[in-house]
Design a protein around this ligand. Structure first.
Ligand code: ATP
Ligand code: MG
Length: 553
């Protein structure tokens, strides 16, 4: 690479910190809450966190932010690990915020002893009502000035299960008139008699996000804690805890979350799509989840490339999904195996090709690569081409098949249309052609030049297959600013199923192989596929169909 890429603002921060000797090496973390499957937004965060550590010789932890017992499940943990590994990253440590519960409890005791936390008996309604507004101060809780001893006793009783859910909370004692609402005596612990996916019933008090997240960073000595912009107002509290607890000074930095056109980027809403049956599951190929795009045939390389091109912004923006599709095409064009599949067959009979004969023809797997490999395709008297590739009364400059016209069949021969055979109702039954034996690809001595090249399959050798063709799940561009219900904008055409005829080599398709069905698009085998019922997913079209639509309109 000759091109020098300029540093993004996070790289600048890290470089400055390293130059200034603030740290000798950096540690980042990717902190998913195991309450759903990862989506492309998470991929952005993963690439950023792991990317920084890789670039500067540091390390990245995978930390499950599992402090909310109600929504979290082990199934999600396993899938998240699988997704991060699939994207191509390895974490230094697999960690769980829930493992820090004892330490976080100690931190809370420390704040109480310092007179910086108190147990509040107010109801959640009372607490909310006394918070004030951004322009007016809040009111001190009547329990704010409890003695350290009383607070210690009550907090221990909270932990021991003496109280019911919601009866008491532990709050930090900061300032009820603070200009930052997050600093108005935030809640540190709440009572929740709930089973946790890892700690079981050991705890009935659980730390709030703000009290768990920053402290977890600090326990792990994370140097650069990167999160999305909505956490900007939390930063002050993040730093307050570090200062008052006198613990490792992790620093929080915020970047703009990834938003994409036509795409929902919220686990909660994606869960709704799954639960309500709008999609077949988290891994439905129309889903923006990593398991969905993987099943769809997107490659980790293309997703990393996309995240790289998107860059790191400090302001919210909306990225066109066609950029992602562009990255997918770029990569698949290099790695996919070329195959021929006829979607909408028209029968061709080669009148001068012997009946009962067939021959194997060589065709490139992936052109342009060094050390090109080939597969063989059977060729015979009866073939299928696409209906669209024939016109009985073509306009000028139509270079495909038409009466009297010649075309090349890819990797095979030049054929000439001699006769159109129709049924009594006028529909075309078959097209009779002659083939030119000297025009065989690779040893063409015919001297004939043709402008059109068509894909084809041998009718008697082709294997039937199902293809699933996907379009955007939503018809609207910006789902983030949408008013009303996002489900009103589901695209009814987002899945179209077709029966097709595939060249026999595709009967051996493996799950990790990527294909370009010539002139039709990029495809991969779906996990539902069986040897006697092949199923392929369309990964992406060969060209940006939406750009064309937009120009037309
Ligand atoms: P969601 O809103 O979909 O539930 P989340 O932010 O609640 O996402 P977490 O599991 O808490 O999901 O996220 C783990 C990490 O991924 C966090 O650091 C979060 O900031 C980051 N992240 C989540 N969504 C995006 C996004 N769209 N763009 C960039 N980073 C994201
Ligand atoms: Mg979250």
């Amino acid at each position: 690479m000759t091109e020098e890429k300029s540093l993004n603002f996070l790289e600048e921060i890290v470089e400055n910190d390293l130059k200034a000797g603030r740290y000798t090496s950096i540690t980042t973390r990717f902190p998913p809450e195991p309450n759903g499957y990862l989506h492309l937004g998470h991929a952005k965060s993963i690439c950023l966190n792991f990317g920084l550590a890789l670039k500067y010789g540091g390390k990245t932890n995978l930390r499950f932010d599992d402090t909310n017992p109600v929504t979290e499940e082990t199934e999600y943990v396993d899938n998240i690990k699988n997704d991060v590994a699939w994207l191509g990253f390895s974490w230094a440590n697999e960690l769980y915020a829930s493992d820090y519960f004892p330490q976080l409890y100690e931190f809370a005791l420390k704040l109480i002893r310092k007179g910086l936390a108190y147990v509040d008996d107010s109801t959640s309604e009372e607490i909310a009502a006394s918070k004030g507004t951004p322009t007016s101060p809040g009111k001190d809780s009547p329990y704010r000035n409890r003695s350290v001893e009383e607070n210690l006793t009550l907090f221990e009783q909270m932990k021991a299960g003496k109280f019911k859910d919601g009866e008491r909370v532990l709050r930090a004692k900061v300032d009820m008139a603070h200009t930052n609402m997050h600093m108005r005596d935030p809640i540190l612990y709440r009572i929740k008699h709930a089973h946790h996916h890892r700690t079981g019933d050991t705890w009935c008090i659980y730390p709030m996000y703000d009290f768990a997240h920053g402290q977890s960073d600090s326990i792990e000595q994370v140097t650069h804690s990167i999160c999305t912009l909505e956490f900007v107002p939390h930063r002050e509290l993040y730093n307050w805890f570090i200062e008052k607890l006198e613990i490792f000074p992790s620093r929080q930095y915020e970047f703009a979350r990834l938003n994409m056109t036509h795409t929902l980027m919220s686990k909660r809403k994606l869960l709704q799509l799954v639960n309500e049956g709008h999609v077949s599951g988290w891994d439905d190929p129309r889903m923006p989840t990593l398991s969905g795009v993987r099943r769809r045939g997107y490659t980790p390389e293309s997703i990393r490339d996309f995240c790289d091109r998107v860059g790191v912004a400090k302001r919210d923006n909306l990225i066109d999904i066609s950029l992602l599709e562009f990255c997918v095409r770029e990569h698949l064009n290099k790695v996919s195996l070329r195959r021929m599949v006829v979607f909408d067959p028209l029968k061709i009979v080669l009148i001068n090709y012997p009946e009962g004969k067939s021959e194997m023809l060589r065709s490139e797997n992936t052109p342009g690569e060094e050390g090109v490999t080939y597969r063989e395709m059977p060729f015979s008297r009866e073939l299928y081409i696409e209906k669209d590739d024939f016109m009985e009364n073509p306009p000028k400059k139509y270079f495909r098949l038409a009466p009297g016209q010649m075309v090349r069949l890819k990797s095979a021969y030049i054929i000439k249309c001699e006769e159109v055979v129709k049924g009594s109702d006028g529909t075309i039954l078959e097209v009779r052609c002659s083939y030119i034996p000297e025009s065989k690809s690779g040893s063409d001595t015919s001297g004939i030049q043709v402008k059109g090249t068509l894909h084809w399959v041998s009718a008697n050798h082709a294997v039937p297959a199902e293809v699933r063709i996907y379009d955007r799940l939503f018809t609207v561009e910006d789902l983030g600013t949408l008013e009303g219900d996002f489900r009103d904008h589901l695209n009814p055409q987002s899945l179209v199923i077709k029966r097709v005829y595939a060249e026999p080599e595709l009967g051996k398709a493996a799950p990790d192989e990527r294909f370009q069905f010539l002139r039709m698009g990029y495809y991969c085998l779906d996990p539902d596929s069986k040897p006697d019922k092949l199923i392929f997913n369309q990964t992406v079209t060969l060209r940006d169909m939406w750009a064309k639509e937009a120009k037309k309109g």
